[in-house]
Design a protein around this ligand. Structure first.
Ligand code: NAD
Length: 501
């Protein structure tokens, strides 16, 4: 691996790059070449506290009072800019994450949909009004902003995951601090620049780069009112516990192990296409990737043949070259994912070993080609762990009931899918499965922006899912006003509880 003058990547505070000198930095790589391309400034706790104060001042001075009309104008402008520049943002994603360009454009597009949803904020924030609940007494409900909120995001969707939260938080009148993944931080900086161009006042969106020190400072600062976190399950649980212990509202989305149940009556060509797309898209580094293919016998053998046939056609390599699948995010992660292909004798069987492939790339990228393991079962690390790479495991089961039990016994509950031509079986599955997002003949059932995204069990800590109306509720708090205007005078002394007449 060679190092050629890495670019400095720094925080964006109140609309400008930070001009201080970082005590600590972290390397950023182009995973397709293995080259270190960036050196990222890591924030100290003291810097985080300064940024929270900056954000709070901007919220107090202006944004909490800015009219819905003005806020909506900024959102529409941001939406236009993001749409115009989505290819530029996608190139930034590919350069640090490694996913192929077409997939990176797809990621930005899904984020754009949340910005479009947030453009409807005047309608979404409409309160209720009841006239004359008692004589000359009216009651109305409103939702107000929280103040400063933090977004802490993972490496695998460097643009889309922040966009699940930031447009809605801003539309609701909050000031936001975002702490992106230190592995691919530049996409957030690029999107933050668009907010400034759209006319968002300085201080309402701030980007703080960092690691555990920055996250802990956000979790401990009393002026941070809410935290939206997305990442692995152990860190999600930690963030939820520490944030809520400090009195914050927290939604912490965690890891996943998504199962695709294929019934014997399914269209096997459709199921094979779906398993390959959902297993190997973005090199399996999606929280909604299919990791366990649960084949109800006798379909395993014919389904595996169709999947192997499709896998043989995939080209793995540099995501800027029109390949099908890019590298993994870091060398350490690639090595860990590859280690799952070392199976114990007599247990699982590696049918396609991605370590043996050729890659369309220059340099020393972090590649592993699509891999397939058969006869995987609970108790094996290939089944129990969230591999988060291009390794698809086949689990053979005898019946729908056995497959359902397997899925419901998993500690994770992010996404799942059933492939069948039996409407009754599909309906039973959607009712019985203990998972937050369910696909019926759809392998990656990511909800649209106007629905909410979120898993169950160890895939989400907290009770709010991301975006949709749950997002609007998460980033606001309710207030109910009871009002009486008497004419011509007040009603005199009365210590009794009102009878509402
Ligand atoms: P991660 O948990 O390592 O990191 C997520 C964030 O937490 C990053 O910003 C990181 O800097 C910070 N962090 C890491 N270690 C920390 C610590 N000890 N203390 C405080 N903060 C810490 O996750 P990742 O590897 O970046 O992302 C992949 C994971 O995210 C996978 O498990 C994937 O399933 C999950 N994910 C879940 C969803 C979902 O919607 N449920 C979506 C995307 C990704």
């Amino acid at each position: 691996m060679f190092v050629s003058s890495p670019q400095r990547i720094t925080h964006l505070i109140a609309g400008s790059p930070w001009e201080g000198t970082a005590e600590r930095t972290s390397p950023v790589y182009n995973p397709a070449t293995g080259e270190q391309t960036g050196a990222l400034d890591l924030a100290s706790a003291a810097l985080v506290d300064d940024v929270v104060a900056t954000a709070k001042a901007a919220w107090v001075a202006e944004w909490q009072h800015t009219s819905l009309t003005r806020r909506t104008q900024v959102l529409f402008k941001f939406r236009e800019l993001l749409n115009e520049r989505k290819e530029e943002i996608a190139a930034v994603i590919t350069a640090e994450h490694g996913k192929v360009l077409s997939d990176a454009i797809g990621e930005v597009t899904r984020g754009l949909e949340v910005a479009e949803f947030a453009c409807g904020i005047p309608h979404l924030l409409k309160g209720g009004f009841s006239e004359n609940v008692s004589t000359k007494v009216d009651v109305y409900s409103i939702r107000q902003s929280l103040g400063v909120v933090a977004v802490i995001s993972p490496f695998n969707f460097p643009a889309m995951v922040p966009l699940w939260f930031v447009p809605i938080a801003i539309a609701c009148g909050n000031a936001v601090i975002i702490k992106p993944s230190e592995k691919d931080p530049s996409a957030v900086n690029a999107v933050a620049a668009l907010w400034k161009e759209a006319g968002l006042p300085d201080g309402i969106l701030n980007v703080v780069h960092g690691d555990k020190e920055a996250v802990d400072a956000l979790l401990d600062n009393p002026d941070v009112r809410a935290v939206s976190f997305v990442g692995s399950t152990p860190i999600a649980k930690y963030v939820y516990e520490r944030g809520t212990a400090n009195g914050k509202r927290v939604q912490a989305l965690g890891g996943a192990k998504n199962h695709m149940l294929v019934l014997p009556d399914a269209d096997l060509d459709l199921a094979a296409d779906a398993a390959v797309n959902a297993g190997f898209g973005s090199a399996g580094e999606r929280c909604m990737a299919i990791s366990a293919l649960v084949a109800v016998e006798p379909v395993a053998d014919p389904l595996i043949e169709k999947i192997k046939d499709r896998m043989g056609k995939l080209v793995t390599g540099d995501g800027t070259r029109g390949t099908d699948m890019g590298p993994l995010v870091t060398k350490a992660h690639r090595d860990k994912v590859a280690s799952y292909l070392d199976v114990e004798d007599g247990g699982a069987e590696v049918l396609v070993d991605g370590r043996e492939a050729d890659f369309d790339a220059d340099g020393d990228g972090f590649f592993l080609a699509p891999s397939l393991i058969d006869k995987v079962a609970p108790g094996m690390p290939q089944y129990d762990d969230e591999i988060f790479g291009p390794v698809l495991s086949v689990v053979r089961v005898a019946s729908y009931d056995e497959g359902l039990k397997l899925i419901n016994d998993s500690p994770f509950g992010n996404g799942t899918a059933i492939f069948t031509n039996d409407g009754g079986a599909a309906r039973r599955f959607q009712n019985e499965v203990e998972v937050g997002m369910v696909g019926i003949n759809v392998p990656i059932p990511v909800p649209m922006a106007y629905f909410s995204f979120g898993g169950w069990k160890a895939s989400l800590f907290g009770d709010s899912h991301a975006h949709g109306m749950e997002g609007v509720h998460f980033f606001t708090r309710g207030k109910v006003v009871t009002s009486r205007w008497l004419d011509p005078s007040h009603g005199g002394l009365n210590l009794g509880f009102p009878q509402n007449v």
